[in-house]
Design a protein around this ligand. Structure first.
Ligand SMILES: Nc1ncnc2c1ncn2[C@@H]1O[C@H](COP(=O)(O)OP(=O)(O)O)[C@@H](O)[C@H]1O
Ligand SMILES: [Mg+2]
Length: 391
């Protein structure tokens, strides 16, 4: 760290420079006031300034440099004062130097040891400031790296969740194509083709939806839970038949309308029912129940519960099932279904609950979701009016 010396009368400057050189302290002299300011800005350890420098020149440029220091910096100035009596001039100089900040006042005539030990002290403080600067820089770099890796993680999850979600409709299309081969009659073809088209539309919807999920909020619309539920059960019908799973559907209410974006409710139900079927490899019973919960103080909600008598969730996995990439299905699982589900829940302010038991002969899992009820108007005219009002 260099020390800058500025003594306009010259003689003091040469003596001080010689003293510092002998003590092994790098230094250089500034010839003008502006040179002094430039040296400080370039980076110096301390400055030694004779106070008479301010007798004929304004202190403003030096103040400017010192006031614009970064937050970690408090540049030390050793000011060699004009000794002697208090005069109007000495008072003016005193007032002028007040805002300089980190100042060490040294009265002349100077003892070399006093100058050296004061400079030593000032340089040690400056060294500390540089250490703080380096720590702040390292911290900023680490934070940047953290942000970058978080962004990467989100991108990875996004890609994986799209892959996971389009798997269901692709599976359905494969099944539909198989059915077309088995029964190529025109009527059957028409039905199956339109179902395949719907599944393809879902793929498009899911990719758009997942991308939007991270970008902009999408507009929820009035959605009939019963019809979404039925379409998901239909989607899995073949798989359930193959696995020996029977379905019990209990609709305690038929008037179950909620606000949801087109694919989100379907995505949630498909994930939960898909998992339930996975848990009943050796056959079982899937119970889906729809009910309305009303209370006098809160708005009504729709409860959808999906219960299976499958394997149950291992207790050590249960606390983390909603985290991404948590799966007990090895190669065939992604561990993303429940994570996507919980993100959708959280985004819409819906609630999900899970209860699971593993005991011989009494294993099973129940997922319940609660969604605020949307009161569907009864007449078509009122329906149109309310849809218009919501837009
Ligand atoms: N109905 C269920 N019965 C038993 N285990 C379940 C059930 N639902 C979820 N799980 C457990 O939660 C894990 C995470 O589920 P999910 O996020 O959908 O990922 P994946 O289905 O790809 O494994 C599953 O691997 C499974 O261990
Ligand atoms: Mg799953």
């Amino acid at each position: 760290m260099r020390t800058v010396i500025f003594t306009p009368t010259g003689k003091d400057g040469r003596l001080i420079a010689a003293l510092l050189e002998r003590a092994g302290k790098p230094c250089h002299s500034a010839d003008t006031f502006l040179q002094l300011c430039a040296s400080i800005e370039e980076g110096a350890g301390a400055a030694i300034i004779a106070e008479e420098a301010f007798a004929h020149e304004s202190i403003a440029p030096l103040l400017e440099v010192l006031q614009h220091q970064p937050p970690w910096s408090d540049f030390p100035v050793l000011l060699l004062t004009v000794s002697g009596r208090v005069t109007a001039e000495s008072e003016r100089l005193r007032k002028q130097r007040e805002p300089l900040g980190n100042i060490f006042l040294l009265e002349r005539p100077l003892r070399p040891e006093t100058l050296l030990s004061t400079l030593e002290f000032a340089l040690r403080g400056r060294q500390r400031q540089y250490q703080i600067r380096d720590q702040i820089r390292q911290y900023a770099l680490a934070q940047e790296a953290l942000l970058r890796s978080e962004k990467l993680a989100v991108t990875g999850r996004l890609a994986a969740s799209i892959a996971h979600e389009i798997n269901n409709p692709l599976e359905a299309i494969t099944n539909l194509l198989y059915l077309m081969r088995c029964d190529p009659s025109p009527e059957q073809m028409n039905v199956l083709l339109s179902e395949a088209e719907q599944e393809l539309a879902r793929v498009t919807e899911i990719t758009k939806q997942t991308l939007r999920f991270y970008r902009e909020p999408s507009q929820p619309t009035e959605t009939d839970v019963v019809s979404v539920l039925d379409s998901v059960l239909k989607l899995y019908a073949n798989r359930m038949a193959a696995a020996g799973v029977t379905v019990e559907r209990e609709l305690r209410t038929r008037d179950a309308f909620v606000l949801s974006t087109p694919g989100e409710l379907r995505q949630v139900l498909a994930n939960l029912i898909g998992n339930a079927i996975d848990a009943m490899r050796g056959g079982g019973r899937l119970r889906v129940r729809l009910s309305e919960l009303s209370s006098c103080s809160f708005a009504s909600s729709i409860r959808i519960s999906i219960a299976d008598n499958g394997s149950g969730i291992p207790p050590e996995v249960l606390p983390s099932i909603f985290e991404p990439f948590v799966t007990t299905k090895g190669e065939t699982g992604t561990g993303l279904g429940l994570w996507v589900t919980s993100e959708i829940m959280h985004k819409n302010g819906w609630t999900i609950r899970v209860r699971s038991r593993r005991a011989p002969g009494r294993s099973g899992t129940v997922f319940s979701i609660f969604i605020p009820k949307f009161d569907a108007p009864s007449t078509p005219t009122a329906h149109a009016a309310s849809a218009g009002a919501r837009d």
